[in-house]
Design a protein around this ligand. Structure first.
Ligand code: ATP
Ligand code: MG
Length: 153
């Protein structure tokens, strides 16, 4: 059904604000266009929540998370960038695998199962979309998501 993506992202950011506040992480939201899209609202909300929650969890104290929304005639684009710990290059292909976590000890403290990104990827693929990651260790990570405005299931 038709979903207001700007509102969806604002809801998610509001819900994650307390988690960000604990580490004094600044949450920035940039919307370049009003976007409505034909998506599964519950599943897409879960997929984007996973990305933004990761950007907070794997960040550094006093860091930032920036979420931006844009669109063209065919797709909308959600970009989630963080100032966090980054992901080693040899792990970039593995993070979308179920139960994979980069540093077992470090990740355990922050909790989680390693399912988040596997779910995110499958929801995006279900919408005929795509997800790409770019990361530099010690600097931060960016996830780029692209989803068709109108998808036929
Ligand atoms: P869950 O999401 O199930 O609670 P999780 O966060 O460990 O657990 P994923 O979301 O699938 O699992 O992420 C897999 C791993 O990828 C994480 O454990 C972490 O090591 C790494 N990772 C994911 N996002 C980031 C990020 N933004 N910055 C740095 N590392 C990340
Ligand atoms: Mg996660």
């Amino acid at each position: 059904s038709s979903v207001n993506i700007n509102e969806l992202l604002e809801q998610i950011l509001k819900r994650l604000q307390p988690l960000a506040k604990k580490q004094n992480i600044e949450m920035i939201y940039e919307s370049f266009r009003p976007v409505t899209a034909d998506v599964d609202e519950v599943k897409l909300s879960l997929a984007l929540t996973n990305l933004i929650e990761n950007a907070i969890k794997y960040n550094v104290p006093d860091g930032w998370v920036r979420v931006s929304l844009n669109a063209d005639h065919k797709y909308f684009y959600v970009k989630v960038s963080d100032s966090g710990i980054g992901i080693p290059e040899d792990a970039l292909d593995l993070i979308f695998e179920r139960f994979y976590r980069v540093d077992k000890a470090r990740s355990r403290e922050s909790g989680g199962t390693g399912l988040g990104l596997a779910i995110t990827k499958s929801v995006i693929q279900m919408h005929r979309g795509a997800i790409k990651v770019h990361s530099v260790e010690g600097e931060g990570t960016t996830f780029n998501v692209r989803i068709p405005l109108n998808y036929i299931a």
